[in-house]
Every structure is written in C-alpha cells, then in structure tokens.
Ligand binder design. Structure first.
Ligand code: NAD
Length: 297
C-alpha cells in the first residue's frame, strides 16, 4: 500500500481521491476549501493541515489544480521543499507545457521524480474511475506512475518525456474543438438545405464525415441518446473548459512556431460563445450559435 498525498479536491479531484481511497491506498488529502476537504474525509481520505504537511511522508503526491500558476506555486512553494527524497510527484491538472516542464525540472533538481498526467474525461469519469491519463515522464518511472493512476483510470498512456502528457492533451482537445465546430456547421447547413438532421447523421456516420464529435457526442439531439444535446447541453464538457484548452493550444503554437489557423478559429468561436454567457453549457451547444437559435438554450 502506497502513502499518497492528494492536493486539489474540486470537481475532478474529489472523485479521483475517493477512488484511490476506495482501492485501499492510504490517502491524505488537502484543499484550501474546507468543504472539499470534508467531502474527501467522508470518502475515506485523511485530512492534511496544509499542502506542505500533507506531502511530508508521502511516496506519491498527486495534484489536481485549476491552472499552471496554481501548480507552479504549490509545487515550488510547498510540495518540492517538503516531499521526502525520491518521492514521485504527479500533476493531473491541465496546464501549459512550459509550466509542466518547469515544475518537473524543479522536482528532479531537488532529487524527486515527476510526471505530468492530464486527463481526458470529465467529472463523471473522475467519479467512476474511468479517466484516460496521458503521461509525460521518464521511461523508468512510467510503471510506477501507471500503477498509481490505475484506480482512477480506464487507460494510462505514456506520451513521452516531461510535458508530453500536456502536449498530447492540448493537441487532442484542439482536434475535438475543431471537429465539433465542423459537425455543428454541417448540421446547420443540412437544416437550411432541407435535409433531415437524422438522415444527415445516418449518412455522415457511415461516410467520411464520421468522427467522435458526430457519433459519440452528436450535438443534434436525438441520434445519440447519451450525448449532452439531449439534456439541453447541461453537464458534459463545459464550454469554459474547452476554451481554456484551446487557449493553451494557441499559446503553445505561438511559442513553438506551429501553424494552427483552425485552432485559432476554434478559440475565437468558443471565446465568443463563452462571452455570450454560455460558458457553463456543454461545448456541443455551440450548434445553437450556428443555427441562430441561442434563445432556445
Ligand atoms: P476545480 O476548480 O473544481 O478544483 C480545483 C480545486 O483546487 C479547488 O477545490 C480549489 O480549492 C483547489 N485549490 C486551488 N488552489 C489550491 C492550493 N493552493 N492548495 C490546495 N488546493 C487548491 O477544478 P476541476 O474542474 O476539478 O479541474 C481541475 C483540473 O482538471 C483543471 O486543470 C481542469 O482544466 C482539468 N480538467 C477538468 C475537467 C472537468 O470536466 N472539470 C476535465 C478534464 C480536465
């Protein structure tokens, strides 16, 4: 049984820490929000008094924080100075590649081991223990990272060295944003042309337009009963989080010199949709922007 410190018990971290405790690990948890910490204790975790105190005896430290600034501050200010030598630090937040590489370097310089392991899958997957983890770490550390993440995972994939997990996450989500917008535009055009949306779904899902955004997450209500479009786009993957990931992709593209005009368009469209007040709707709700039917949301 490993001693695990878990920091950041929000929408995602709550279910993740609970699944680790349920799997029989010795989990000490910490969050600045006392209600979040109390919920983790109810789920079988011990309560840490601070991030620094929580990591002191841990073999493995897992963080699930909002953004790069939080990870830089918690890792360099509290985790790295207090973790025991050789401890394995795993950040599961979605953050910029530069921050992921910077904190990994700070950790290894201090005699610790580090991995970035952002997730695909939302709050339901975090609660169910079915997240997909994309891992950036040294080859020799991957087996231990894999074992630590298993109780929370459907799949754990090694993407490469430090930062590669974050790179995989933002590239994947850039594809997702662009493909969802393409599918929404196609439904809006099909409707204007008098083509039954259900017929369009049937045809495109068996033709070259087939993709995850269409056949697993169809933005038009009906054809895929589990998709958020059937519950007025509540829950699912929030527009605000899609926008966050598209911004990270554009920042990374600008810094690395990559050409990503479709990603830039996707960021602009999701920024507009978020600005119109739909940040808390599932990202497939952008269909109603394309249809000119925002009043139906
Ligand atoms: P959240 O805001 O619900 O939770 C973050 C938690 O971190 C909060 O409880 C907050 O109190 C805590 N926190 C902040 N600073 C802290 C500090 N210094 N010390 C201790 N605790 C601190 O966010 P979330 O939805 O759980 O997302 C976490 C990460 O996962 C983000 O990077 C997000 O982009 C990513 N992500 C989220 C989803 C999703 O569907 N929510 C899906 C995939 C990835």
């Amino acid at each position: 049984m490993s001693k695990i410190a878990f920091i950041g018990l929000g929408n995602m971290g709550a279910g993740m820490a609970a699944n680790l405790a349920k799997s029989g690990q010795d989990v000490t948890a910490f969050d600045l929000a006392t209600a979040a910490l109390a919920r983790a204790v109810d789920a079988g975790c011990k309560a840490g008094g601070s991030a620094a105190e929580t990591v002191k005896d841990a073999d493995i430290v897992i963080t699930m924080l909002p953004a790069g600034a939080h990870v830089r501050s918690v890792w360099t200010g509290e985790v790295i100075p207090n973790a025991r030598p050789g401890a394995l630090l795993i950040d599961c937040s979605t953050i910029d590649v530069d921050s992921a590489r910077a904190v990994a370097k700070a950790a290894t310089d201090a005699g610790l081991r580090a991995a970035d392991a952002p997730v695909s899958g939302g709050i339901m997957a975090a609660d169910a223990g079915t997240l997909a983890f994309m891992v950036g770490c040294e080859e020799g550390d991957f087996a231990e990272v894999d074992a630590a993440l298993r109780p929370m995972a459907r799949v754990v994939i090694h993407a490469g060295a430090a930062g590669a997990g974050q790179a995989a996450k933002i590239c994947n989500n850039m594809v997702l944003g662009v493909s969802m917008l393409g599918i929404c535009e196609a439904f809006a055009l099909a409707e204007k042309l008098g083509l039954e949306p259900e017929r369009f779904f049937e045809i495109a899902s068996k033709s070259s337009g087939q993709c995850w955004s269409l056949t697993t997450y169809c933005p038009w209500p009906g054809p895929v009963p589990t998709a958020p479009s059937n519950r007025n786009y509540e829950g699912g993957f929030l527009t605000a989080l899609m926008l966050k990931d598209l911004k990270l992709a554009q920042e990374a593209a600008a810094r690395s010199g990559a050409t990503t005009p479709m990603g830039a368009q996707a960021e602009a469209l999701y920024a507009m949709f978020d600005g119109l007040g739909f940040g808390q709707k599932d990202f497939s709700a952008v269909l109603q922007l394309m249809r000119g039917k925002l009043s139906e949301l």
